[in-house]
Write a protein that binds this ligand. Sequence first.
Ligand code: 6AU
Length: 232
Amino acid sequence: MSNNMSTESPFVRLQNIIKEKNTRIILSCDVTTMADLCYFADLCGPYICVLKVHTDIIEDFSVEMMLNIKNIAKVHRFLLMEDRKFGDIGYTLSKQLTGFFKYSQWCDLVTAYPYIGQTGIELFKLNNIGVFLLAELSINEGQILPYKELFNKKENTPHPICGTIGQNNTGYIQATPGIHLDKCNDNSNQCYKSPSEAKQKGADLFIVGRAIYTAKNPLEAMIRYHKAAMDL
Ligand code: 6AU
């Protein structure tokens, strides 16, 4: 079975969801069990446009449960993003899409390094999966990556390249990770900023993780970040 029988591109679906639900939050749900992922998908689903996952940190990953989460995504209207940061040659990428995690069955969006080149972009297009290209990491030693060349090819925008993951005005739709209202770093060099600081540096979408799913009251935190991003 291949992903997304929908004829609409992930770009169009994402834009429609952002408008209809009035949300600019991508929940980065970096939990380690499928039960927790299901729980947060349902709890936060109404407030987000995308649920971003790192499937390779989930200890009991199952495709069947992931397809259940896809159903939750249909109910609450959000897209599923795999934050694998793909960066390999076409042959390996195509094996990864159909391998253990079966991304091709449930993924709407992925993150990828620009090094995948046009070959990689075409592969995601074939699977109707939208790509957010890494422009710069949210760590102190983050460097600007060569994402512009792929973007500037007319045939790549708005589909399959839907946007960038970046910190400083990438010039395209920009999803910014490293968002927190109460902290400025973690213990691993993550650089946090508030939604309004991120907005000043070009953010259109805000990727929020631990600030929500490790909060004492995650629903309250979800609503707080949703509002903070909308009030800008
Ligand atoms: O809010 P946090 O710090 O709990 O989670 C941030 C999430 C993590 C990172 O793997 C991811 O965002 N991320 C990315 C992405 C989305 O590609 C890039 C980056 O530069 N920094 C970053 O934190 O899932």
